[in-house]
Design a binder for this molecule. Structure first.
Ligand SMILES: [Zn+2]
Length: 277
């Protein structure tokens, strides 16, 4: 009798785990945060409101970067939208909310020279109509504020829940559970978020330094990626085409994809049909 088939996504290189960061508001403290991530080979997404770049906070805490600094600072990371003026999209009415999304996208693309498809909800505010506006504006995903406390992949990319905020007192316990000996039958994602000015506010830069130093040791088993890279990889995987008996799988995408069936891990080259035993 045939065994039941249990296929499961694997990240690039056959890895079961991926790690990403999401930091909001484009503040000056991102310089130090990007330096920490770069030193450790880690990668993430920075959510920017292009209309408030250059704002000088009288308290000094939340001063924003200048527009011309965006492209060089975030090189190797993802630049995503956080709404043009950081307005709550649920409080604007449809046309103005759409303008906040699409005009921010346009300006960030001009500043960065790349395509912008990610979003983080200002104040975490969203509803069904805001999600429709994001989709209409070509946004692939949007991050919400409540944390899941787990490593599950998102079921709805327009309500992408992070694993934890960096001030979570269980942060290092979560990191050790994620990186440690435990085997994951399903792909696992650690998604950390916050604002880099909070490290000044709470005088706790050691939290992110300790986290980054710890997870960086696991580069052989954890894929370090931006939000959009993880989104695009999962979406490509979901396009795999199966034969009726699941003995053949066709990868119609331009992305090399990895999967596990039982104990075996396979690479599915772009355009290839793989025949499995
Ligand atoms: Zn914000």
């Amino acid at each position: 009798m045939k065994q039941p088939i249990m296929d499961s996504l694997r990240f690039p290189g056959g890895k079961t785990r991926a790690l990403t960061f999401s930091y909001d508001d484009g503040v000056l403290q991102d310089r130090r945060l990007v330096g920490i991530l770069n030193d450790c080979g880690l990668r993430g997404t920075f959510n920017i409101g292009s209309g408030v770049l250059g704002y000088v906070d009288p308290t000094g805490l939340m001063t924003k970067l200048q527009p011309e600094e965006i492209a060089p600072l975030y090189a190797g990371h993802e630049i995503a939208s956080h709404g043009l003026y950081h307005s709550a999209p649920t409080a604007l009415g449809g046309p103005a909310a759409l303008y906040e999304i699409i005009e921010d996208r346009r300006r960030l693309e001009e500043l960065s020279g790349g395509i912008v498809r990610g979003f983080a909800y200002p104040y975490g505010a969203y509803d069904a109509s805001v999600k429709q506006l994001l989709a209409a504006a070509g946004m692939a995903y949007a991050r919400v504020v409540p944390s899941s406390g787990n490593f599950a992949l998102p079921t709805d990319f327009l309500e992408w829940m992070p694993t934890a905020h960096h001030n979570d007192e269980k942060l290092m316990d979560l990191a050790k559970a994620f990186c440690g000996e435990q085997r994951f039958p399903h792909p696992a994602l650690f998604y950390l978020w916050g604002h880099s000015y909070e490290f000044d506010q709470f005088d706790n830069w050691h939290v992110i330094e300790e986290f980054a130093d710890y997870v960086a040791q696991f580069d052989q088993t954890v894929w370090f990626a931006t939000n959009i890279e993880i989104h695009d990889y999962i979406q490509a995987y979901r396009q795999l085409i199966y034969s009726a008996d699941a003995g053949m799988i066709y990868n119609p995408t331009a992305t090399p994809l990895w999967m596990a069936r039982g104990r075996d891990t396979f690479e599915l080259a772009p355009g290839a049909t793989v025949r499995l035993a």
